[in-house]
Design a protein around this ligand. Sequence first.
Ligand SMILES: C[S@@+](CC[C@H](N)C(=O)[O-])C[C@H]1O[C@@H](n2cnc3c(N)ncnc32)[C@H](O)[C@@H]1O
Length: 181
Amino acid sequence: MIALVRSVDRYRELLGEVVREGDVVVELGCHRGAATRRILRRRPARVVAVDYGEEAREAMTRLEREHRELTFVPGDAREYETLERVLELLDEPSCDVLAVDLGGGMFPDTAFKVYYVWSVTLRPRDAVLRNAGLCEFLLRAELRERVELEGDDRGYLGELSPPGIPGRIKRRFEEFRRWRE
Ligand SMILES: C[S@@+](CC[C@H](N)C(=O)[O-])C[C@H]1O[C@@H](n2cnc3c(N)ncnc32)[C@H](O)[C@@H]1O
């Protein structure tokens, strides 16, 4: 399932419903851990939370001390090195739930790209994404051609776009670098 929301309240609430006991969760843009706390209440096996902000570092380091299953990774979700660090922390290169909140008003292209790259890599069962621009796109866009999807419900794309991390991103991650400039 891929869930898209606009408000932070709904985002936190939804994560408190979607995460199941024993899940591996990757959360991008954890800030001071309000959504992370909701996730932790669901008794996941592992939570890796990423944020590049100073405020996050302080609060998340404190939260980490209270929860052995939580690891905070200070870093930019647009950097391939951050994704690599998270992959190193996981037993398997996958997760059950991917949560992305880089700020509800964040440019939709950035929010989508971060979601897309991390989700094709980690292949989550469920993804929860918060972004106002993407909500508007979903409401305004109309599919004007019959397009079928097969296979199970899941939290990542790949049926109509190439599966896996796009080759040009893999090739020394040039695109990631360009994307930050
Ligand atoms: C609105 S806050 C997230 C709030 C959080 N979901 C909650 O429930 O409290 C957005 C966070 O995304 C972080 N952020 C934005 N862009 C980022 C990026 N490229 N990499 C890492 N963190 C990012 C910001 O530092 C900020 O802490």
